[in-house]
Design a protein around this ligand. Structure first.
Ligand code: SAH
Length: 346
């Protein structure tokens, strides 16, 4: 069966033309799908015969809400979606003054193994399709009734470990006949997959690149982030400099503050040294609680921030949202589905 919602408009037009349809039919179907229809029968301007033909060959991905939690603290909403194949993923909706932001997952699970993150504990099951990423935006908007203006690829999964599908998703969600969300309103976060960063640099998209740095020295970083053994932090910094040179776009560095591990002044000094020649922005994240993790939140956030600023680096502290529903950075996990018992847990 063809996953029709993952097709670009051009592909859809060609596909329908091959079925003997006129050129404008592709756009009709594309528009319906990006409105979030659940079946071909809802496409009321299509002849019944065509709808039947499409049903025979294609599926429309439709996630169902397996659980919805609303934070009492700040109104953040966390969705647990069940996908067509029974797998589950999480999406978080945050309401900021500058607009509504969805944090979407890019994989079912994650294989990157960061020691402080809940998303990776049970490993990776599979990549999400472009349609499944689009659906998280589409159906969050439909269910909440809130218009989504910003997207962050910071949920479960490593986007650059699912590069082709993620890029296709960006194309789809950005399309004027679809949700039409501007690239400038989209952030992609990576744990440091160097070839992926170079690939993005060549594409020159207007998205914001976030890099999960968490330590500027190889020894510390390798201990908490296995990806550092494949792409060392020196290579990572070099890739970031190349990215900035090519795109002129400022990179945002995420830095979860871990007590006694990465919060020493010398590490702030080293960050400054490594970012020289590039307008870096360090986004400090107060470490969120993950039961299985041995790490404790840093007590030096203000001091570290001051130290970075003394070197002329912009350093901000990320406001934690949805803490009471485990919707904060690093707290999303597949375990939810096992607790629920309804979703496949391979
Ligand atoms: N795989 C991508 C996308 C996930 S983004 C990446 O690693 O960038 C989620 C962000 O939350 C990452 O910066 C991640 O390192 C961070 N994070 C993970 N666990 C955390 C925790 N316990 N506390 C604070 N931040 C955490």
């Amino acid at each position: 069966m063809i996953d029709i919602k993952s097709m670009t408009l051009e592909e859809m037009t060609r596909f329908l033309r091959d079925l003997g349809e006129p050129a404008f039919r592709g756009k009709q179907v594309f528009t319906w799908l990006h409105k979030g229809v659940r079946s071909f029968d809802e496409m009321s301007n299509l002849a019944k015969g065509l709808r039947e033909k499409l049903k025979e060959q294609c599926t429309i991905t439709v996630p169902t809400v397996a659980r919805k939690q609303v934070s009492k603290l700040d109104g953040t909403v966390k969705y647990l979606w069940e996908l067509n194949d029974g797998n589950c993923i999480e999406t978080v909706l945050m309401q900021y003054h500058h607009g509504n932001t969805v944090c979407i997952s890019s994989q079912v699970g994650c294989r990157m193994g960061c020691a402080f993150c809940a998303s990776t504990i049970a490993g990776k099951v599979r990549d999400l399709t472009p349609s499944e990423m689009l659906d998280q935006v589409l159906f969050t908007q439909l269910d909440s009734g809130l218009e989504i203006s910003n997207i962050v690829l910071m949920g479960i999964g490593e986007p650059l470990d699912n590069r082709e599908n993620v890029l296709r998703f960006l194309q789809l969600v950005n399309h004027p006949d679809g949700l039409n969300i501007g690239m400038r309103h989209i952030s992609l976060s990576t744990c440091g997959v160097v070839p992926g960063i170079d690939y993005l640099a060549d594409l020159g998209l207007q998205i914001t690149l976030s890099v999960s740095l968490h330590a500027p020295d190889s020894e510390t970083r390798s201990k908490i982030m296995p990806v550092n053994r494949a792409y060392d932090v020196e290579e990572l910094f070099a890739a970031c400099h190349r990215y900035f040179k090519k795109t002129g776009r400022r990179i945002s560095f995420e830095y979860a503050m871990i007590d006694g591990v990465n919060d020493n002044d010398w590490q702030a000094d080293l960050i400054a040294k490594k970012l020289k020649g590039m307008p870096g922005h360090v986004n400090m994240i107060p470490l969120n609680d993950v039961v299985e993790s041995p790490f404790k939140p840093s007590r030096r956030i203000a001091a570290f921030q001051k130290r970075l600023e003394s070197h002329g680096i912009t350093a901000t502290v990320r406001r934690s949202l949805g803490g009471d529903i485990d919707a904060s950075c690093g707290q999303l996990r597949r375990k939810e589905m096992e607790e629920k018992g309804g979703c496949a847990s391979t």
